[in-house]
Design a protein around this ligand. Structure first.
Ligand SMILES: Cc1cc2nc3c(=O)[nH]c(=O)nc-3n(C[C@H](O)[C@H](O)[C@H](O)COP(=O)(O)OP(=O)(O)OC[C@H]3O[C@@H](n4cnc5c(N)ncnc54)[C@H](O)[C@@H]3O)c2cc1C
Length: 260
C-alpha cells in the first residue's frame, strides 16, 4: 500500500508574524514547525504502515528550508521525502497551491493521500478537498479515526456533537484532525538517518498536467489587499463591585462608548 502525506511547514506563531511588502508571509524570517493537523495525519499513516504494511511518502511545497519538515517526518518513520520548490511557485493562494501539489502527485503512485484539515497560518481548510478535485478522487474530511477494510478506508468523520462513519474505495484523500492521535516522537536512530536521507526535489518543470496560469502569485485568484499581525489586546480591567454596582458600571461604560 502506498500512502502520501502532505505536510506544510508553518510559522511558529508564538514567535510573532512577519510580512513581506506585498502582504504575503515572510516565511524565511520566522521560526517554523510542522503543521499540527499534518503531524496527526503522518502519525495515522505510520500506524497504518505498522498494522498493514505500507510505504509512506511525505510531500511539501515551500522554500528550500521546508525540507526540515520532511526530515522530521522521516525521523518519525516516513520512507521518502519530496520537496516541491521553485521561485515561480511563490505567493500561491490555495488554488495555486493545490494545483501545484496535484501536479506533483500525478508523478507518483498512491492508494491513500492524507492532508491536514487545515494549516494554522492560512487557516482555509481548502487545499485538501481542492487536491482531490484536481485528481478526480473521493475526499473524506475531518477524520477522527481511520481504518482499512480491503480496498477501502473507513473513516469517522467528525461533526460538532457526533460523527459519521464514511467508507470510500481507494485511491482517495482524507483530511486529518489533530485530535486523531498522539504523534510519536522522532527516534534517535531516525534523526541520525534522516540527517543524510535523500530528499527528492522538484520544480515547476516536474509538475504534471498543470498550466502556468494556475501557479504562483500570478496564478492565484485570491489577491491579498492588506495583511497585518493581530493586535494583541492588553489585559482587561478588573473591578470589585457587587451585582447592582457592577450592572450600573457596565451600563455606564457601554453608554460612554456609544454601544448602547
Ligand atoms: C493570514 C493568511 C491568510 C490567507 N488567506 C487566504 C485565503 O483566504 N484564500 C487563499 O486562497 N489563500 C489564502 N492564504 C494563502 C494560503 O495560506 C496558501 O495558499 C497556502 O499555501 C494554502 O492555504 P492554507 O494555508 O489555508 O492551507 P489549508 O487549506 O488550511 O491546508 C490544508 C492542508 O493542505 C496541505 N497543505 C497546504 N499547504 C501545503 C504546502 N505548501 N505543502 C504541503 N501541504 C500543504 C496540508 O496538509 C494542510 O494541512 C492566506 C495566507 C495567510 C498567511
Amino acid at each position: 500500500m502506498k500512502i502520501v502525506v502532505c505536510v506544510k511547514q508553518v510559522p511558529d506563531t508564538k514567535g510573532g508574524v512577519q510580512f513581506n511588502p506585498d502582504g504575503t508571509l515572510n516565511r524565511a524570517a520566522m521560526l517554523t514547525i510542522m503543521n499540527p493537523d499534518d503531524k496527526a495525519g503522518l502519525e495515522a499513516a505510520l500506524r497504518l504502515k505498522d498494522e498493514y504494511g505500507a510505504e509512506v511518502t511525505v510531500l511539501t511545497m515551500g522554500l528550500p528550508k521546508a525540507a526540515d519538515v520532511l526530515r522530521e517526518a522521516m525521523a518519525m518513520g516516513a520512507d521518502h521525502g519530496i520537496l516541491v520548490t521553485d521561485r515561480v511557485l511563490g505567493g500561491a493562494d490555495t488554488w495555486a497551491t493545490s494545483q501545484t501539489i496535484a501536479g506533483a502527485l500525478r508523478n507518483i503512485d498512491y492508494d491513500l493521500i492524507i492532508t491536514g484539515r487545515q494549516a494554522i497560518d492560512g487557516d482555509t481548510a481548502q487545499v485538501g478537498p481542492q487536491i482531490s478535485e484536481h485528481l478526480g478522487i473521493p475526499v473524506i474530511s475531518y477524520a477522527q479515526a481511520i481504518k482499512l477494510e480491503g480496498d477501502s478506508v473507513v473513516v469517522e468523520r467528525q461533526y460538532d456533537d457526533r460523527y459519521h462513519v464514511v467508507k470510500a474505495k481507494m485511491p482517495c484523500l482524507i483530511t486529518a484532525l489533530a485530535e486523531l492521535n498522539e504523534p510519536r516522537y522522532m527516534t534517535p536512530g531516525g534523526i541520525f538517518d534522516a540527517v543524510d536521507a535523500e530528499i527528492t526535489t522538484w520544480g515547476r518543470a516536474d509538475l504534471k498536467d498543470v498550466e502556468d496560469c494556475n501557479l504562483g502569485l500570478k496564478g492565484s485568484p485570491t489577491k491579498i489587499a492588506r495583511a497585518s499581525d493581530k493586535v494583541r489586546k492588553g489585559a482587561g480591567q478588573k473591578v470589585a463591585l457587587d451585582a447592582e454596582e457592577a450592572a450600573q458600571y457596565i451600563t455606564d461604560k457601554l453608554l460612554e462608548k456609544h454601544i448602547i
